[in-house]
Design a binder for this molecule. Structure first.
Ligand code: PEP
Ligand code: MG
Length: 317
């Protein structure tokens, strides 16, 4: 019985008409890898690196970071690992970095904006990542958070390329998070400069609806199923597909079976979630055909509200 269950979890998420969605895990530390694989993870879609900075009293140096990335690649045993460059600022404050106070931190110097202003943070992290890519027998990809413009990507790519040459590492796919409406609307432009996209529905929802993701008074309305958010994800997929780029989703919506069905129907290639959410999402995606999921996504896009989208769950495949 247990062996049967393990076998079922390992099955890929293939619709009844043969369309496969990659199902990967959001994990931050190598010791979580075995459990993620047991739940059916086919890789890591989001390794948040903030924990390296948040759970310590000092900034981790290049060697400490290298150990963490190499350990994750080794633990995932050849499966792809997407590591996200440091995403602080906004809600994530780090005392030992002495970041300036801002009136509106979520609209301030966070994510890639901070990395581009603080080379002493960006460069050791990239060096550690490229060293891990060249030493460990794993499949690394690097992704940058809070991207708003092509200019940011162009600068980051050129810094990556310099470091790659410096440490004599192989090329690594470079992607960006789509979590700002401007990035979703300009996806067809940004796609020309990156290898893949990953939609962060937590921030994309916050910025689209102008609702603080941490404000409990707004929680019921700050719903990622809002048609405006889904429409932006649709734009993102269209922009990516025009240039043959992979699109994943690593925000909370990906781990909800109904949300996952909608995302697969919108054309998303990869869904990344908490390991415990994987079995139910895989089971749900295997029940339907891609045609049904596309129909569901089309109906959701035509809805007037998140509540109307949620009501489709009753008729969803
Ligand atoms: C997101 O914004 O959806 C995301 C995955 O990133 P984080 O939750 O770390 O901001
Ligand atoms: Mg985010």
């Amino acid at each position: 019985k247990k062996a049967q269950e393990a076998e079922r979890r390992a099955l890929p998420a293939v619709t009844t008409d043969g369309k496969r969605t990659e199902i990967v895990a959001n994990i931050n530390q190598a010791h979580q890898a075995a459990f993620a694989i047991e739940q059916g993870a086919e890789g890591v879609g989001l390794m948040r690196t903030e924990f390296l900075f948040l759970e310590t009293r000092k900034t981790p140096d290049e060697d400490e970071q290298y150990e963490a990335y190499a350990a994750m690649l080794k633990a995932m045993d050849g499966r792809q690992v997407i590591v996200r460059a440091l995403d602080i600022g906004g809600d994530k404050q780090v005392p030992h970095l002495a970041l300036p106070q801002e009136a509106n931190p979520f609209l301030g110097v966070r994510g890639a904006r901070l990395l581009l202003r603080r080379p002493e943070l960006l460069l050791p992290q990239l060096r550690a990542l490229y060293r891990a890519a060249s030493s460990a027998a794993g499949k690394l990809a690097i992704m940058f958070p809070m991207i708003t413009s092509a200019a940011e990507i162009i600068r980051l790519r050129s810094i990556c390329e310099d470091i790659r040459k410096e440490v004599n590492a192989p090329e690594v796919p470079l992607g960006i998070m789509i979590e700002v409406p401007a990035a979703a609307l300009q996806a067809h432009v940004l796609a020309q400069h990156v290898d893949f996209f990953s939609v962060g529905t937590n921030d994309l929802t916050q910025y689209t609806l102008a609702m603080d993701r941490q404000n409990p008074d707004l929680a019921p309305e700050a719903d990622s199923l809002h048609p405006a958010v889904l429409r932006l994800i649709g734009f993102t997929v269209d922009g990516a597909k025009r240039y043959g780029r992979m699109v994943g989703v690593c925000g909370g919506l990906a781990g909800d079976p109904f949300g996952a069905s909608l995302l697969a129907g919108l054309g998303v290639d990869e869904l990344s979630m908490t390991p415990l959410e994987i079995p139910a999402v895989k089971d749900r995606l295997r029940r339907a055909s891609l045609a049904e999921l596309k129909g569901l996504a089309a109906r959701a896009l035509a809805c007037e509200s998140a509540a109307d989208v949620r009501a489709l769950e009753g008729v969803a495949p």
